[in-house]
Design a protein around this ligand. Structure first.
Ligand code: XIL
Length: 357
C-alpha cells in the first residue's frame, strides 16, 4: 500500500507541510471565511483527479481524504499507461489507485477506456484487419473494465469524440477502422465487462461552444435511439475566467435534458491568458464559476447528480502547473490552494450547493 511506503523524509516533510497549513492563510488565494470540507457540504460525491506520485506526499493525502470522496486517475488508468508496446497490459499503477480507493472507502471513477489521442502500435498494426482490430478492441475494454468490475463506480468509456470546433467528430485510429461505430462498440463491451458501472461519454468546451455541445448531443441522441448502453455524460468544465455567466448552467441543463447522469468531470478555471484582468479579478471570476457550476449540478434531480470532480487536489497538483500546460507556473485553477487551504472558489462552491457559510 502506498501509505505504508512513505519514507521518513516524506513523513517529516509532510508533517512540516501540514504544520504550515495550520489554519494560517499561506497564499493570497486562501478563503477569508471558514469553509467546511467539500465532501461534507455537497449533496453529491466530490472528486479529484489524483496520481500515484501525488499519493507519496502525506500532505496531499491529508487534503485529499479531508475534502473528497471520489477519485479519478489523472493518467494511470489510461491506455498509454496500461497497454505496453508488445501488446501486453500493465496494471501496476492503476491497481495502486484502485487499492487506495478501496483502502479509504473512496468512489473510483475510471478514466478512460477509448480516447482519440491514443494511437498505440499494437492497434495500429491491426488497422488493416478489421476483424482482428475489433477483437483486440473488445479484449482491451473487457480486460480493463473487467479488472475493476465492482470497484469502479463508472467509466469514461469514450473521451472527447467531438471535433475541436464542434464541426463533426474527431478523426482517430478507432474511427478509421470501425467508423463512428467505435463509440457504440466501446459502450457495448464496457457494459458486458461491468454491467453495474455507470457508462459515460466525456468531452470538454460543452459550455463555451454551443456548436460543439449540439454535435455532442446529436451523438448521444443517436446512441440512445439505437439502444446503445449509455448512462451518463461527462462535461469536463475546463473553464476560462471570461466564461460568460450562465453558460455553465445552460450546458448542464441541456445535457441533463437527455435524462442521463451528469458528471462535472474535470473542473478547473485557468488564470492563464486574459492579461487585462488582475489576478484578484480572475480569482473572483473563478469563484463565480465554481458557484454557478455547483448550483447547476445541485439543481438536477438527485438521480442525475453523478459527481463534481476537480482536475487535481491542490492548485500546485493541477496539470496546468506542469509542462506542457504550465505557462508561467502561477496558475491557481482549483478550489484548494497550494497549501491545501480552501479558496474563495471553495467557499462559492459550498454556497452553490446550498450550505450556509
Ligand atoms: C491530462 C492529465 O492531467 C495530464 O497529466 C496528462 O499529461 C494529459 O492528460 N482532458 C482529459 C484528461 O480528459 O485525461 C486530460 O488529463 C486533461 C484534458
Amino acid at each position: 500500500m502506498i501509505s505504508q511506503r512513505l519514507s521518513r523524509r516524506t513523513l517529516v516533510a509532510s508533517a512540516l507541510a501540514l504544520g504550515a497549513c495550520s489554519g494560517r492563510a499561506q497564499t493570497p488565494e486562501a478563503a477569508t471565511v471558514a469553509v467546511p470540507p467539500l465532501k461534507t457540504a455537497a449533496p453529491f460525491p466530490v472528486g479529484a483527479a489524483i496520481s500515484v506520485g501525488g499519493l507519496e506526499d502525506l500532505a496531499y493525502q491529508s487534503v485529499l481524504l479531508a475534502n473528497f470522496n471520489q477519485i479519478t486517475a489523472d493518467w494511470e488508468m489510461k491506455m498509454e499507461q496500461i497497454l505496453q508496446p508488445d501488446g501486453t497490459f500493465s496494471f501496476a499503477k492503476a491497481d495502486m489507485i484502485a487499492a487506495f480507493a478501496a483502502q479509504h472507502g473512496l468512489r473510483l471513477h475510471g478514466h478512460n477506456l477509448i480516447w482519440y489521442i491514443y494511437k498505440p502500435a499494437p492497434f495500429a498494426a491491426l488497422a488493416g484487419d478489421k476483424a482482428a482490430f475489433t477483437k483486440a478492441y473488445a479484449n482491451y475494454i473487457q480486460a480493463v473494465a473487467g479488472r475493476y468490475k465492482g470497484q469502479a463506480v463508472g467509466w469514461d468509456v469514450v473521451n472527447e469524440p467531438v471535433a475541436e470546433d464542434g464541426d463533426g467528430y474527431r478523426d482517430c485510429l478507432w474511427r478509421q477502422v470501425l467508423g463512428m461505430d467505435y463509440v457504440a462498440v466501446a459502450l457495448t463491451e464496457a457494459r458486458r465487462a461491468d454491467p453495474n458501472a455507470v457508462l459515460f461519454i466525456n468531452d470538454y468546451n460543452l459550455e463555451s461552444n454551443p456548436k460543439k455541445r449540439a454535435t455532442f448531443l446529436r451523438l448521444i441522441e443517436d446512441l440512445l435511439k439505437r439502444g446503445v448502453p449509455l448512462d451518463g455524460l461527462g462535461t469536463q468544465t475546463h473553464l476560462e475566467v471570461d466564461q460568460q455567466p450562465g453558460a455553465v448552467k445552460t450546458a448542464i441543463r441541456e445535457l441533463a435534458a437527455t435524462g442521463l447522469k451528469i458528471h462535472v468531470s474535470e473542473f478547473d478555471v485557468t488564470l492563464q491568458r486574459h492579461p487585462l484582468m488582475s489576478r484578484a479579478d480572475k480569482l473572483q471570476a473563478e469563484a463565480r464559476l465554481a458557484g454557478e457550476t455547483a448550483e447547476a449540478l445541485s439543481a438536477l434531480p438527485a438521480i442525475q447528480r453523478y459527481a463534481f470532480t476537480q482536475w487535481g487536489v491542490r492548485d500546485k497538483d493541477s496539470w496546468l502547473r506542469h509542462p506542457p500546460n504550465a505557462g508561467d507556473g502561477t496558475d491557481a485553477p482549483l478550489l484548494i490552494d497550494d497549501d491545501g487551504l480552501p479558496k474563495a472558489a471553495a467557499a462559492a462552491f459550498v454556497r452553490g450547493v446550498g450550505a450556509k457559510i
